[in-house]
Ligand binder design. Structure first.
Ligand code: SF4
Length: 201
């Protein structure tokens, strides 16, 4: 390489390095203190209605929820007689979630205290609608919730400020992440990874 080409090469390299530095700085700036992560309020009775038909369960969402979640997944859940959280994950379509009477649940979570200990795929023999109707009859918690239990918030947090999912006994037994605000650095990654915006900043 002659001297002229070498100078040109070095100039291009210097520009590339400068651009990548600007890019890194920009990304870094985005991560800096996005604010305190907040767990959103549980859905209320005015957010949806459940209807049991001959075909199964129909969850009809109010327009503000339907608009937010159209095409996205939410979870319908009910507690079984052993205190396990039984969940069916389904997409909102035309403002509704429809669960056929023969559909099995997606996951069954068991607890130690109010902390989720295990999350397992549901057995094929289980029928979600039967478990929900049983919960309703026996006065156990059931409803619609945002947490899909994929634990993305736990996996992404660089400060280990979210380590477990817990049962929120004050909100009908829905599942929420437990955020340790003493460890939280307010970088906002948990909120950015939560697929349902249960965590926001
Ligand atoms: S990222 Fe959101 S949906 Fe997934 S486990 Fe955490 S709170 Fe639940």
């Amino acid at each position: 390489m002659d001297k002229k080409n070498l100078v040109m090469f070095l100039a291009i390299m210097a520009i590339l390095v400068a651009l990548s530095y600007v890019n890194m700085f920009g990304e870094g700036a985005e991560l800096v203190r996005k604010g305190k992560p907040i767990i959103r309020e549980a859905f209320s009775d005015t957010d949806y209605k459940m209807e049991i038909t001959n075909d199964g369960l129909l969850v009809k969402f109010a327009s503000h929820v339907a608009n937010e979640y159209e095409g996205e997944f939410l979870a319908v859940y009910a507690y079984d007689a052993d205190g396990n959280h039984v969940m069916k994950m389904k997409r909102v379509v035309n403002g509704n979630i429809a669960i056929n009477k023969d559909e099995m649940p997606s996951f069954v979570a068991s607890f130690e205290g109010n902390v989720i200990k295990d999350i397992e795929k549901a057995e094929q023999s289980l029928r979600f609608l039967e478990i929900l109707q049983d919960a309703e009859r026996e006065g156990r918690n059931f409803g619609v919730e945002r947490c899909l239990m994929g634990k993305r918030c736990i996996a992404i947090c660089p400060a280990a400020a979210i380590e477990v999912l817990i049962r929120d006994d004050e909100s009908n037994g829905r599942i929420i992440p437990e955020i340790d605000y003493d460890k939280c650095i307010e970088g906002g990654l948990c909120a950015s990874r939560c697929p349902t915006d249960l965590i926001v900043t």
